[in-house]
Design a protein around this ligand. Structure first.
Ligand code: ADP
Ligand code: F6P
Length: 329
């Protein structure tokens, strides 16, 4: 929805919020340069909403984003704070931009950050546009979030290395991956990496059946087994480890890749996605839009109302899950 279009100055701020993800810098770079190409003065807000509250804001130049397209993390840093959920705090924070004549803000982050966008849109004079940046790929309105592809490639690289060592020892590996309540990282990497089993929050897991099946696999001559365990079901870790060990009499190792998945040079996919999304975000600002978020569906960059976007249910890929569980035993 358009807001105060006529008053729009050519000033724009950018922040990154919540969990960092690889490709955020490519997004910042395109946003800064596309906006400057359109005649905007651009400001960076450090540490997400924390910096907005604390007036940690600086003017950016074309060169501020030199040499960052290939880097992980976020050059603007990121932050989390529950204080920002208060309307009074949001109103005060917005003043740190409006006092500089800045009425436009691009927020790169996950669903928590998007709730902040809606609040800023409703409660302050700012025009706010969101771009999805999180490794979790847990947002229903978009096929991909920035950083998911890179995180998956990191998992695949680790899986390859783990396969070497567990094959040498005839072992079983429980590989725990991130994703919060979403099983996308687990499912996609299990399929792409040829893992034997995958456990995700979206589908029931039968630990006894998995243990029996792992034993059967070794009886048939398998030399290694990888079970990908999504973070959202890590409550099963100990039971799984114990039961598989009992059933097979073999060593069962557990590795949680943890924060390694969040860093590293972004994949080509994430860099291009980030750049295309940033470009659309700047176009929306240019049109005086607010309370909208950018996404991708198929090969198309889309945008939609942030409330509608947050209400979109994240669909689980049942067919891919069925495929994953049918081809690797
Ligand atoms: P992500 O954006 O990666 O999901 P978080 O859920 O931690 O990460 O959210 C990032 C930040 O967004 C929070 O620390 C908080 O400052 C802000 N935020 C989260 N939920 C809300 C909300 N309901 N209203 C306003 N701001 C919010
Ligand atoms: O949302 C990204 C993510 O890395 C999740 O996969 C994970 O559950 C969470 O952030 C970890 O957050 P923190 O940085 O607070 O430990």
């Amino acid at each position: 929805m358009a807001k105060n279009t006529s008053e729009n100055g050519k000033k724009l701020a950018i922040l990154t919020s919540g969990g960092d993800s690889s490709g955020m810098n490519a997004c910042i770079r395109t946003a800064v340069r596309s906006a400057m190409n359109k005649g905007y003065e651009v400001y960076g807000v450090r540490h997400g909403y924390v910096g907005l509250m604390n007036d940690d804001i600086f003017q950016m130049q074309y060169s501020s984003v030199s040499n960052c397209v290939h880097t992980g993390g976020t050059i603007l840093r990121t932050g989390r704070t529950d204080e920002f959920k208060k309307i009074s705090v949001q109103k005060e924070a917005a003043k740190n931009l409006t006092k500089r004549g800045v009425n436009n803000l691009i927020v790169i982050g996950g669903d928590g950050s998007f709730r902040g966008i809606e609040d800023l849109h409703q409660n302050t004079p700012l025009n706010v546009i969101g771009v999805p940046g999180t490794i979790d790929n847990d947002m229903g309105y978009t096929d991909y979030t920035i950083g998911f592809d890179t995180a998956c490639n990191t998992v695949l690289d680790a899986m390859l290395k783990l396969r070497d060592t567990i094959t040498s020892h005839d072992r079983i590996m429980i590989l725990e991956v991130m994703g919060r309540h979403c099983g996308d990282i687990a499912l996609k990497t299990a399929v792409a990496g040829g893992a034997e089993y995958v456990i995700v929050p979206e589908a029931p897991a039968d630990v006894d059946a998995i243990a029996a099946s792992v034993k059967k696999g070794f009886d048939k001559g398998k030399t290694s087994t990888i079970i990908v365990l999504a973070e959202g079901r890590n409550d099963l870790k100990d039971e799984l480890r114990e039961k598989v060990k009992q059933a097979t009499g073999r060593t069962v190792n557990h590795v949680a890749l943890s924060y390694i998945q969040r860093g590293g040079t972004p994949s080509m996919f994430d860099r291009v996605l980030a750049s295309r999304m940033a470009s659309r975000a700047v176009e929306l600002i240019e049109c005086g839009q607010s309370g909208r978020v950018v996404g991708v569906r198929g090969s198309d960059i889309i945008d939609m109302n942030v409330i509608e976007a947050l209400a979109c249910e994240k669909k689980f890929d049942d067919r891919l899950y069925a495929l994953a569980t049918s081809i690797s035993k």
